[in-house]
Design a binder for this molecule. Structure first.
Ligand code: 8YV
Length: 315
């Protein structure tokens, strides 16, 4: 392996960080007490940067790394990377698609089941010993209900296939209709109006910021539940909290938030919100596969021995 310096800007799991440290000189920017000193010492030699899916990498940091050749994202989402800036400098940006699709889609389905069938409340009911005192509540049948998917990419399609198999109807919106049998809506508000569950599965970033706003939530209405397994930035979180509190929408199932791991107290307090700590890809198998691909992308670049998993904009 060539003699290469890497800047590490996120907390990495040992099964990725260990192999990286064996093959590269790693500068731990994430854990550094004095980041300015670390940059002053390493900036002239850093040729690769490793970050997480949700990590924001400011252009100002990249400007201090004149030798940077590649950013390898440990995650499918690269909304924290200034891709246009990277293009102007010829910096490669790679990510870890495909390997996490099944797990993230599973969590979307779990959130549909947890909200739709009241499973979190039912679990609390049993733990609290209430079953001995009264019958559990009745909920609503999922088969026959409609799931609207915002963003029919790899993960969106995997969610559609799963809920299809559950007997639910599928509709979707995105930049353009695709060659699939599910109904396309050009307009998100129109889709929200039509569906029982609106599932956010599109990329984050400036283009999709607050796409799900008060108007879309109003269209989803009191029959509707919002599911988000993508990025917190796509949903106007204060508007969502208000919509849940005043009954504008029925419920929400969220794996992602605007400012993780901070969740506003008002949202935390709501009984009609099922909240998960961004566990979409959090299985041993998938995180290991993501880690392997994250490192393989660096190895491919620095040894020129195999191809990179470039982000679509730079492919
Ligand atoms: C990970 C993710 O939690 O892949 C992504 O974009 O958000 C998640 O799978 C994250 O990337 C870990 O850094």
């Amino acid at each position: 392996m060539p003699d290469v310096d890497l800047l590490v800007t996120a907390a990495l799991p040992p099964f990725l960080y260990g192999p990286l440290k064996s093959d590269y000189r790693c500068h731990d920017y994430h854990a550094a007490g004095d980041r300015a000193a670390l940059i002053a010492a390493a900036a002239g030699t850093v040729r690769g940067l490793v970050q997480g899916g949700g990590t924001v990498t400011p252009t100002e940091l990249l400007e201090q790394l004149p030798k940077l050749e590649i950013i390898s994202v440990f995650g499918v989402g690269y909304d924290g990377v200034p891709v246009d800036y990277c293009r102007t400098r010829g910096i490669k940006v790679t990510h870890t698609p495909d390997v996490l699709t099944d797990d993230v889609a599973d969590v979307a389905v779990a959130l549909i089941l947890m909200t739709g069938r009241g499973l979190v409340r039912a679990n609390r009911f049993v733990h609290a010993g209430d079953w001995k005192r009264r019958a559990p509540e009745l909920t609503s049948k999922l088969a026959g209900r409609t799931v609207g998917i915002l963003g029919l990419g790899r993960i969106g399609k995997a969610i559609a296939q799963r809920v299809d198999a559950m007997g639910m109807k599928v509709a979707y919106t995105g930049r353009k209709p695709q060659d699939v049998r599910w109904r396309y809506f050009a307009d998100l508000e129109a889709l929200a109006h039509e569906v029982d569950f609106l599932v956010v599965a599109c990329p984050g970033g400036p283009v999709t910021r607050h796409l799900v706003d008060a108007r879309v939530l109003k269209a989803l209405g009191a029959k509707g539940t919002l599911i988000n397994i993508a990025r917190g930035s796509i949903v106007d979180e204060p508007a969502l909290t208000r919509a849940l509190a005043d009954g504008t929408i029925k419920a929400a199932g969220l794996d992602v938030f605007a400012d993780e791991p901070n969740i506003p107290d008002e949202l935390l307090a709501l009984d009609n919100a099922v909240l998960l700590p961004h566990v979409g890809s959090a299985t041993h198998e998938t995180r290991k596969a993501m880690g392997d691909l994250c490192k393989a992308n660096l190895d491919a670049w620095f040894t020129r021995h195999s191809t990179l998993t470039l982000v679509p904009e730079l492919a």
